[in-house]
Design a protein around this ligand. Structure first.
Ligand code: PLP
Length: 377
């Protein structure tokens, strides 16, 4: 099952793998442009933590940089160091978790911007600035309600009153993060916005950033100087209750290993959780929970077949390396050994696959395994 246009090594990878992951970088770039347009004058950064949400930071980040993205966010120092190698010197790279104790020199060596989340991180950066006699740039995070990262309101006020605490540090960006932005009516959004404006006094001259993907859709008041989308770039809907304005990015196809016709009353998979009610054609697909296709998705899950209306149910428990789909009624020629069904694709949106497993697109994407043949288009 090769497709025209694939290079030979990709064709071999596909022939050897159980599942194929196709990642549409043009769609990622189009999503970035959409979010950039929506955000008015604010700069649109890109969050590429967790290997660009599982899609491959070394392939995704350069495409975004080529499209004009100038600021990137990762979670860990190690991710930042790797991204610097991928992107070269020009782009700004912010490291959300800030400075692990004793690692400040690595931030300076790789020109990474630590997101300073607390007084000890500030002290580490200040000490390094003093030791090398330089002014060191950084981002400052304020906790406006999530109780996760950033200075408490008391600490922010203390910083505002004691500028010496930031001696040798140039805060270029002050940021916070919204906890309920995917629910536009939640009053916590406005409360966090108000707290952010109050606490920004800790770094009055810095640019401000509050919105991630969902926050962008809360309106201009939330855009400030920079927005930081991650998930929406990769096609995850920013608001579960509204139609998804983002272009889909990921297609996940699973190869059919074999099909069998079984009589009524046959059971399928571990624990016999599914029993056929009629004569059925069952296809065994070569993707399982070891590939990040979560076992919890067995009950409500489905696959789709391009050109075939509706979806085809996943039946029985998902195994480590395979799952079963009821393809009764599908023309035999369409479900031959080696043919592929979509687990995520045009007929099966990412969010439906995530819903079926009781999770969200974020978790499904970041958990996708390493056995797929990956194709970037
Ligand atoms: C992960 C993260 C983002 C991106 O969030 P999305 O919902 O994926 O857009 C932005 N800011 C911070 C602080 C984050 O941790």
């Amino acid at each position: 099952m090769t497709e025209p246009g694939l290079d030979p090594s990709e064709a071999t990878q596909r022939a050897w793998a159980g599942g194929w992951l196709t990642i549409d970088r043009a769609a990622i770039v189009a999503n970035w442009r959409t979010l950039d347009d929506l955000s008015g004058a604010a700069e649109c950064a890109a969050v590429v933590k967790a290997d660009a949400y599982g899609l491959g930071i070394d392939r995704v980040a350069p495409a975004l940089a080529a499209a004009g993205c100038r600021s990137f966010f990762v979670a860990h120092l190690g991710e930042g160091v790797a991204l610097r190698t991928v992107l070269g010197e020009a782009p700004a790279i912010h490291v959300l978790n800030g400075i692990p104790p004793g690692t400040a020199p690595a931030f300076r060596a790789h020109r990474l911007l630590p997101v300073l989340n607390g007084m000890t991180q500030i002290a580490e950066w200040r000490a390094l600035a003093a030791a090398c006699g330089e002014t060191l740039a950084a981002t400052l995070q304020l906790d406006t309600g999530m109780s996760r990262f950033g200075l408490s309101p008391e600490e922010a006020m203390r910083l505002a009153g004691e500028p010496a605490l930031l001696e040798g540090i140039a805060i270029g960006l002050v940021m916070s993060h919204l906890g309920c932005a995917d629910t536009p009516d939640d009053p916590r959004n406005a409360a966090q916005l108000a707290a952010f404006h109050r606490l920004r006094a800790a770094a009055p001259d810095a640019r401000a950033s509050l919105a991630a993907s969902s926050g962008i859709f809360l309106g201009a008041a939330y855009h400030a100087g920079m927005v930081r989308p991650g998930a929406a770039l990769y096609g995850v809907p920013p608001n579960a209750a509204r139609p998804n304005p983002m272009r889909p990015v990921v297609r996940l196809q699973a190869r059919i290993v074999q099909t069998r016709i079984v009589p009524p009353g046959s059971w399928v998979g571990y624990g016999a959780r599914f029993v056929t009610r009629r004569e059925s054609r069952i296809a065994t697909l070569a993707v399982g929970y070891a590939d990040g296709f979560l076992r919890a998705g067995g009950g409500e899950g489905a696959a789709s077949l391009p050109g075939w209306p509706g979806t085809l149910p996943i039946v029985g428990r998902i195994s480590m390396d395979c799952l079963a789909v009821d393809v009764t009624g599908v023309e035999a020629g369409l479900v031959q050994d080696g043919a592929a069904l979509d687990l995520i694709g045009p007929g099966r949106p990412l969010e439906d696959a995530a819903d079926a497993a009781g999770t969200i697109g974020y978790e499904l994407l970041t958990g996708l395994g390493h056995r797929y043949a990956r194709t970037y288009i």
